[in-house]
Design a protein around this ligand. Sequence first.
Ligand code: TXE
Length: 492
Amino acid sequence: MQKHRMLIGGQRVEPASGEWFESINPYTAQAWALVPRGGPKDVDRAVAAARSAFSSDRWRKLTATTRGDLLRRLADLIAADATKLAEIETTDNGKLITEMRGQLNYIPQWFRYFGGLADKIEGRVIPIDKPGVFNFTREEPLGVVAAITPWNSPLLLASWKLAPALAAGNTVVWKPSEFSSVSALVFGDLFERAGFPPGVVNIITGYGNQVGEPLITHRDVAKIAFTGGDRTGEHVYQLAARGIKPITLELGGKSANIVFDDANLDDAVKGVVSGIFAATGQTCIAGSRALIHRSIHDEFVERLLALAKTARMGNPLDADTQVGPVTTEPQYRKVLDYIRIAKEEGAVCRLGGGPAQRAECGSGWFVEPTIFTGVESGMRIAQEEVFGPVLAIIPFDTEEQAIEIANGTAYGLAAGVWTRSIRRALVMSEYLEAGTVWVNTYRAVSYMSPFGGYKRSGFGRESGMEAIREYLQTKSVWIDTLGNVPNPFVMR
Ligand code: TXE
């Protein structure tokens, strides 16, 4: 089994604890790699390296254009290693190889886009209302950014943080999820090859309470960028508040895919299936609620069942597989618990409803694609994030009712609308409380378009021009041009 090391100050290092833990392949439920068990001492070393890199001439005195060049060089290296990295991710987290290859081939664009933005970060000259002063603003990096990422799309979600953070001139300590750290540790080789000075990016692994908490509360960490569950997010937010640290939180959701009676039903059925069963439902934007207009409800459900039944489960490394395993054992149990809860709540299980016992699923953590009808908006299955292949179908009668149900959860990450009416598309996109609204499509993301949550799904935006602002602070500079200091007892 390959034993990995962390990356601190450009060096491959062993954890201070001298301990490693096993990373499990969810398809085989067997350990396949050893990950360093970091702790507070490693956090101190990593933050010190990042802080020293932040103040070093090698990083600070780079022109913004050169910083952009480094990001673009990194993009090329990622592209060259995309296949290898995708295979590592699939082995570590069980997501389909087709999905991970797609992500890895797309990730370079985040580094190219933000590399391009690096030298377009501009201040303003303000025609100030006072005589004899010149006032301008500078957009400056914050310092050391702590990037804390989850297991579902490890490198993609890290890139959403690293690319803008580095483009803005920060340095980074990145803590990947303990369930899927291997791709991050391998990815670490690329920074030096791209020419980043040592310490600009540091990678430390371990558990949330042993590495994540000391990292967030470390005096020299200036900003936290977090993706994960909302309970952990709430805790992380409280820790960040103690140090008055800016934070971005992306915390998942309970997104509604809303199908109107005027929709192209063939497309809508595919959209609903892709919203929940692609990625085994383990995506923050999973369309885990389908709101179906009552007049088409029964027909739609039949078509959905027919398509979902065809889903091929099996080895995620096999390009023909359509639904892979659940990534972690605790998550597998959580998904099964929610299925039980939904049944107890009186929802009607129309498909799946338990562990997958197909030969091709081996000993992995597989859950059958599951569809519930007869769901009411107040049920837990309609309110809480399952993060697995479980769909709750809720009928509605009017646009107003669809909006009320869609907005009737604590979350607000995304929503899908299926309709042929432009008026309806505009009305729905205005009234839905979600950071992303898709019309007649689902699960589209881009490095160019801002992504983030409303309500309990978090705040701050990743991707697009908005993202770089999350990693900058504004300084206002006043320069006297009069040459005489005015009355010291009066504000100028
Ligand atoms: O995520 P956690 P988990 C949801 C999903 C899932 C639930 C829990 O519903 O069932 O969250 O998943 C680090 N201080 N999502 O347990 O705990 C942790 O080590 C600092 C939604 O995997 O949120 C990891 O690096 N850090 C989601 C990261 O936080 C801490 C993606 C995320 O872990 C910490 C994944 C602490 N006290 C799960 N505790 C999405 N939004 O896409 C943990 N961490």
